[in-house]
Design a protein around this ligand. Structure first.
Ligand code: PLP
Length: 487
């Protein structure tokens, strides 16, 4: 296949350029009926290619249609048996993965710090999870990946499991030993599902950690928009290996979780991003990695700051490191990551992807002008460090470890859909949660539907809110009340 082509992108452009009679949705009719401000903001061209699904010559007509060709090109680029374009993010990939797995059985092993959309997938699918803890880094106060040993124990304890669901790489750039995880899963005759939301670029440079499909994963969720740079909300789901998850079941699940009006710009951006990654990805990544290596060196020279890098590899739960995240360890400063994030905004209008107590994370895209952006960050960090000074306790500064999760008293689905009531947070201790409470960033659930709430966990979440974080999943985003199951 010719990876220099972008058949879907070309087809929607061709449709727009031939000025067809658009007797279909959307009502702005390729821009003619759009608000002037919208046209000015997104441009006439973007509106002209806002074309609905089931349009002849795009995703209807002689097969393979341009839409099918685009997905085949993506499958070839990432080494998948089949790839699906998604318009509701990697979140949709997780939802579809859960629904597909539920065709094969009712139990699954899930890495506990899965993204909240994976937990939503448990609610939708009814799967009963056995949670397994990733390796926690007591020094940095962050969670890394799942070790193959921990997966082995969890799968032995869950003989009816039909899949093992893990995350790699993490928000902070730690990559799992996916090859070893796949061997463990396959030895138990279950599929390995890898949420590789943060790793779509890893297939395009040999210096990066091995990407999940190459390492033997069976289903891979890929948030193409995050680093590779398709439009926000666009993502892919890849079927790999020996089709341990049925292709038809994945297809049904993707259909169930998507709008009947997928946005052509999102699909087109996936087609374009795949082309860019295949044709120029290696060169772009080389440049970005070079700029970030230099920025890391400069940041390490600032008093009170350190960076996360390949030195992490070898720690429990870290097999490799993805350098496209610039994660800065701020424990040596007399300010938390939360406070530093505010300062960076004030100093240089620097807007970070993620900030926590000890680490802040700047994300770099595969093809961006990384050198000037990294220099801007370094400059602002230098100024921020000068203003706040170093912490005399330095490396000793401790972090608040997330408390152990509560007992799973019923499945997430039973709890989410069961009889429930809203109670003041202080009366929720000991009750079964009917909703998930995931402190954001980074969106990892502290409480899941079906789990008993503990005083420690509620206090931890309140602490995060006080530090400027937020919660996802909660019906009361200030945590004054909690939705619990009526027992
Ligand atoms: C590990 C992981 N999986 C899935 C998602 C969801 O991705 P999206 O925002 O593309 O829906 C995220 C988002 O940050 C994530 O970090």
């Amino acid at each position: 296949m010719d990876q220099r082509r972008a058949p879907y992108l070309e087809a929607i452009r061709a449709y727009a350029e031939r000025d067809p009679a658009r007797l279909h949705v959307p009502g702005h009719k390729g821009g003619a009926g759009a608000d002037a401000g919208l046209i000015e903001t997104v441009g006439e061209e973007a509106l002209a290619v806002d074309i609905p699904a089931l349009t002849y010559g795009i995703d209807l007509g002689p097969e393979p249609t341009p839409f099918e060709q685009a997905q085949q090109l993506a499958a070839e680029a990432w080494g998948a048996l089949r790839s699906w374009f998604l318009v509701n993010g990697a979140s949709q990939g997780n939802l579809a993965a859960g629904l597909a797995l539920a065709h094969h059985g009712s139990e699954v092993v899930v890495q506990r710090n899965a993204h909240s959309s994976a937990i939503d997938a448990l609610v939708l699918s009814g799967l009963r999870p056995t949670f397994v803890s990733p390796e926690l880094d007591p020094e940095l106060g962050i969670a890394h990946c799942l070790s193959p040993e921990a997966l082995e124990v969890a799968l032995t304890l869950t003989p009816a499991a039909v899949g093992a669901w893990v995350v790699s790489p993490t928000y902070f750039g730690a990559a799992a030993d996916v090859r070893a995880l796949a061997e463990v899963a396959h030895a138990h005759d279950v599929a390995l599902i890898v949420d590789e939301a943060w790793g779509a670029h890893m297939a395009f440079h040999e210096a990066l950690p091995e990407h999940a499909l190459a390492a033997g994963a069976d289903l891979v969720i890929s948030s193409t928009h995050k680093i590779v740079g398709s439009l926000t909300q666009s993502a892919m789901l890849h079927l790999g290996g020996e089709a341990r998850v049925g292709e038809d079941t994945v297809d049904r699940a993707v259909t169930l979780t998507e709008s009947t009006s997928p946005n052509a710009l999102l699909y087109g951006s996936l087609d374009a991003a795949r082309r860019q990654a295949v044709v120029s990805g290696r060169e772009l990544l080389e440049r970005t990695m070079g700029a970030l290596a230099q920025a890391r060196e400069q940041i390490r020279e600032i008093d009170g700051l350190d960076v996360l890098d390949e030195r992490l590899a070898g720690r429990p739960g870290v097999h490799g490191y993805d350098p496209l995240r610039l994660a800065v360890d701020v424990r040596g400063l007399a300010a938390s990551g939360y406070e530093l994030a505010v300062l960076l905004r004030e100093i240089g209008d620097i807007n970070l992807e993620l900030y926590g107590q000890n680490v802040i994370v700047a994300v770099f895209g595969m093809g961006e002008r990384s050198m000037p952006e990294a220099a801007r960050l370094v400059h602002a960090l230098r100024e921020a460090a000068r203003r706040v000074g170093t912490d005399p306790r330095g490396e000793q500064a401790s972090f608040a470890a997330p408390p152990p999760w509560g007992e799973l008293a019923m499945t997430p689905r039973e709890a989410y859909l069961g009889s429930q009531e809203v109670v003041p947070a202080e009366q929720a201790v000991g009750r079964i949660a009917a909703e998930s409470l995931a402190t954001y960033p980074p969106g990892i659930p502290n409480v899941l539907p079906g789990e008993r709430l503990t005083a420690e966990t509620l206090a931890y979440i309140r602490g995060t809110l006080e530090l400027g974080g937020s919660i996802r999943g909660a019906s009361d985003r200030r945590l004054r009340t909690v939705r619990v199951v009526v027992e």
